[in-house]
Design a protein around this ligand. Structure first.
Ligand code: BES
Ligand code: MN
Ligand code: ZN
Length: 506
């Protein structure tokens, strides 16, 4: 669902704003909280007289420390009736802090009409206030994201307008407009991914997801190709077909191309697009199955990224490949013990039909290597429960065959507040994927290693990278949020969208 919230810089003092909620930033200083009233903030002397008590007393009373995202609200009479005044903690005003502050403000402002703050324009003293402004906008918009199919809307609506007060400056200048645009583009791409992820699988089948991808590509002016089941058959995509065989809703592959002039390099992004994962004949118990409409998060993230590259001025040629199938349970489903032939001819013995993600990814990755020969290959997938178990919902698992690529992604994750942790591709474990009847087995067969699930899956995928620099993001943990936390909302998070966009657009 599109954002109900608009954010724009406006010239002039906070105190003069017609907003019904005003947010004053509070830094967490070494000697206690510091309310920032310089710049476009109101005159502190004037302010004290209009508050229920002097500011310093209010800070003590409410135990304000200024930690990023801390919120304290009270009414104030700024000369035109009562307004809501918010003390908004911004910590040290790093981009991460401002992202949390923006999110907290958007939540506090639900049900209000207009909000004004000076918080977005604080820097952390390291010189790049723009990154902070972008992060604030990103946080505020993503925390206002909602997805509901309810006939009767519940809860207060997101705030329609957030004004970023800019003191004595030209609020329309590029200095402010550009970072705000960037934050908006990053948030919009993420919200697109969230919408697709949150859509129930009754509606979201492979053809539906492919059609959404075509639509999005069309709007972004990108070339797109869709392989239907007949095309997949002709092309030799035996793994995508095998996984999709159990469903009455046939699989698809989608390719989307972003091709700037004189690109610096060519990256292929591959996304796992299982529109619902029952486990197949290796059926999941209901508790594990009920969240599996989100198993196409990787594909949604890749599509979100492609949708925003032009807007963000990326200099990288990017091809997105979405490997889409429904992993269903039926008499026509693939069986444990079946052997399938992947794109390019290598065979896989399917010992567990619930390890389907790596199968569809293998076809798309092999295709990328053979037909697109990119400089780097990055895949995004809700691949293993083991990655979630190892790192929880806060951190994505990163596996990579190239240190420079890994470093760049870790750095981008740091900047976007989507943390990754690099995991080892343990060479000794490789032989666990040996099969007596095929080139590979789709799960580990040597229990001597204790079945490190995320690593086994990554080692399986590595077989299809043709030696290219490759990185794999297992987002099974952070792909979904059970709580409203900073910029996250309940349901699909679109984790990875913003980090990949930061990586691809400097
Ligand atoms: N889609 C699941 C992984 C998953 C689990 C994503 C929890 C999000 C939350 C994947 O297809 C799967 O079923 N993996 C199996 C692999 C096993 C059979 C080797 C798993 O992790 O249990
Ligand atoms: Mn599965
Ligand atoms: Zn799956």
């Amino acid at each position: 669902m599109p954002f109900a919230t608009e954010i724009h810089p406006v010239a002039g003092d906070l105190a003069d704003s017609a907003a019904d909620l005003l947010a004053l930033p509070v830094r967490a200083g070494d000697d206690g909280p510091v309310v920032v009233t310089d710049g476009a903030g109101p005159d502190p002397a004037d302010l004290d007289a209009r508050l229920p008590a002097p500011l310093t007393e209010l800070l003590a009373h409410y135990d304000v420390k200024g930690g990023a995202g801390q919120i304290v609200e009270f009414p104030a009479d700024l000369g035109r009736g009562l307004v809501r005044l918010v003390l908004l903690g911004v910590g040290a005003a790093t981009p991460r802090d401002l992202r949390s502050a923006g999110a907290a403000l958007a939540r506090a402002a639900r049900g209000r009409n207009r909000v004004a703050t000076t918080a977005a324009l604080l820097g952390d003293g390291t010189g790049d206030a723009r990154a902070g402004l972008t992060a604030f906008v990103e946080g505020a918009l993503l925390a206002s994201y909602t997805f509901s199919l309810a006939a009767e809307p519940k809860g207060p609506r997101p705030v329609p307008v957030v004004e970023l007060a800019v003191a004595g400056a030209d609020a329309g200048s590029e200095e402010f407009a550009e970072p705000v645009r960037r934050g908006r583009a990053l948030a919009r791409a993420t919200a697109l991914a969230r919408d697709l992820i949150n859509t129930p699988s009754a509606e979201k089948d492979p053809a539906w997801l492919a059609a959404r991808a075509e639509e999005v590509a069309g709007e972004a002016g990108l070339a797109v190709s869709v392989w239907d089941e007949a095309d997949l058959e002709r092309g030799g995509f035996g793994a995508i077909l095998a996984v999709g065989r159990g469903s009455v809703r046939p699989p698809r592959m989608v390719g989307i191309r972003y091709e700037p002039e004189n690109p610096d390099s060519h990256v292929v992004l591959v996304g796992k697009g299982i529109t619902f994962d029952t486990g197949g004949l290796s059926l999941k118990p209901n508790d594990n199955m009920k969240l599996m409409k989100t198993d196409m998060s990787g594909a949604a993230v890749v599509l979100g990224v492609l949708s925003a590259l032009a807007e963000l001025g990326s200099r990288v040629r990017v091809t997105g490949l979405l490997a889409i199938a429904e992993n269903s349970f039926s008499g026509s489903a693939q069986r444990p013990g079946d052997v399938l032939t992947t794109y390019g001819g290598r065979t896989v013995e399917v010992l567990n039909t619930d390890a389907e993600g790596r199968l569809v990814m293998a076809d798309a990755m092999a295709y990328a290597v053979a037909e697109l020969a990119p400089d780097a290959l990055v895949d995004v997938a809700t691949l293993t429960g083991a990655a979630k178990l190892a790192l929880g919902t806060g951190i994505g698992a990163l596996f990579a065959t190239d240190d420079t690529l890994a470093g760049a992604l870790l750095d981008a994750g740091e900047r976007s507040g989507e943390a990754l942790w690099r995991m080892p591709l343990v060479e000794e474990y490789r032989d666990t994927l040996n099969s007596p009847v095929a080139d590979l087995a789709n799960i580990g067969t040597n229990s001597a290693y204790g079945h490190p699930g995320a690593t086994e899956a990554a080692l399986f995928l590595r077989e299809f990278t043709g030696g290219l620099p490759w990185a794999h993001l297992d987002i099974a943990g952070p792909g979904r949020s059970m709580s409203e936390e900073a910029e996250l909302t309940k349901g699909g998070t679109g984790f990875g969208t913003r980090l990949l966009l930061r990586w691809l657009s400097a």
